[in-house]
Ligand binder design. Sequence first.
Ligand code: NAI
Ligand code: MG
Length: 489
Amino acid sequence: MTTIDDRSAVRLPDRLLIGGEWRSGSAGTVADLNPATEELLVDVQAASAGDVDQAVQAARAQLDGAWGATPGAERGRILNRVADLIERDAEHLARLEALDVGKPVGQPSMLDVPNAIATFRHFAGWADKITGSTIPTAGYFGRPTHSYTVREPVGVIGAIIPWNTPLMISGWKLAPALAAGNTVVVKPAEDAPLSTLHLAALLQEAGLPDGVVNVVPGRGDVAGAALVAHPDVDKISFTGSPEVGRTIQVTAAETFKRVTLELGGKSPQIVLADADIEAAVNGTAMGLFFNQGEVCAAGTRVLVHRSVYGQVVEGLAGAARAQVLGDPFDGATTMGALVNAKQRDRVLSYIEAGRAEGATVAAGGGRPDGKGFFVEPTIFADANNAMRIAQEEIFGPVGTVIPFDDPAEAVRLANDTRYGLAATIWTRDVAAAHTLAGQVRAGAVWINGWAAIDPALPWGGMKSSGIGRELGWSGILANTEEKTVTVVL
Ligand code: NAI
Ligand code: MG
């Protein structure tokens, strides 16, 4: 453990959790930086394939042991206690998240932490309500039958977490898995493992038996890959890049693991001519700049009716210029740093690509001087949907604004992408809103508000944005196997 600065005066978690023990890893350490200062926060212990194997064995033992026999009501009580403990440590968790990811501390206080609390409470409620059904059948060689289904845990689940909203995504993967009676091995991201490790300590404090949740920080291509290849892991739930998602699905096929993949997007925000333009500009800007744009559902393709195009571009450029970049712990800061130098360089290279393709920089377009992985919030106008800045996920504060002439063209542009995670529609016309919602190929459609997420709502993407759904009853389905039982009477 290491102590850090006066701002939080906390000890940073830096070890693996296997079978209830906080241990060193056998694969050295991974440096975890503060993205806003580029300084080392802590060298986090890194798991080897051997460590991952021990974590999987601990998880398997609990599945076949006490946890496997724990009633849903008791699992629910534990999940509710976890929610209480996250609530108790809300400020600490928000600080850890800000420190580790580089985001302004007000954002995890407002979103990530309350969402984690709500997610654990939501799934605490499901834990004793995971039912099957009775199904009338035609009988068996003239004899009557009684048939019913039950839902059983999938087994040992490997949860691979990204660095952008790690606390929230850890909750999205852990809460439904535990509610349904699974055991879990969590692989946090190299760049932001701290809030997940703290959450693991809270799970312990809440009375979760040792070994039900194990955490193996470390490298993706070492610890993550070992988890994916492990023959005794039944399912991988992954949120991250399409490239890694593809390798996970290929590797998982070897052992017929189930996979849930959430792979980001290039989500459209459609502004129709009749929209409340002020609300649309504010909401669209949030969809571009929240969390430095490092959001899988970021609304990075802003499709605007030509009659209001100039007004929206101007509004978004103003919103970009109004962002205050700086210290995540300064109350005036509205945008923090990108997570690491690689991500900053990736975003800057897309900004160059946008320029080279002939789009106009309406705001931003560079990086501020000084320390920290900051990039200026950037708006591209005069863009078209074929440009790389309209087709590829940038994962930074960059918006591409594209005009359209009628709603049919808006739908065509919205769907002209390999992704399909989310879409936002800004309009006052109820019929247009629902018509477009039906026509856009996306896992989530939000009308007049970006990212209206809730743990009760299924979450996941169409097309290259992923496979499967998390959260809500769909999250329970994704974490259970259905079994049919038939009695010949
Ligand atoms: P990544 O996909 O490499 O990392 C996500 C997680 O996967 C991390 O925990 C990482 O350690 C793990 N991982 C990496 N290689 C692995 C492997 N071979 N086997 C198993 N696990 C592995 O994403 P990265 O490189 O950090 O970011 C690159 C881009 O990915 C971003 O610019 C963004 O476009 C996208 N991304 C999307 C996210 C989303 O929310 N859908 C989240 C993070 C990144
Ligand atoms: Mg970090």
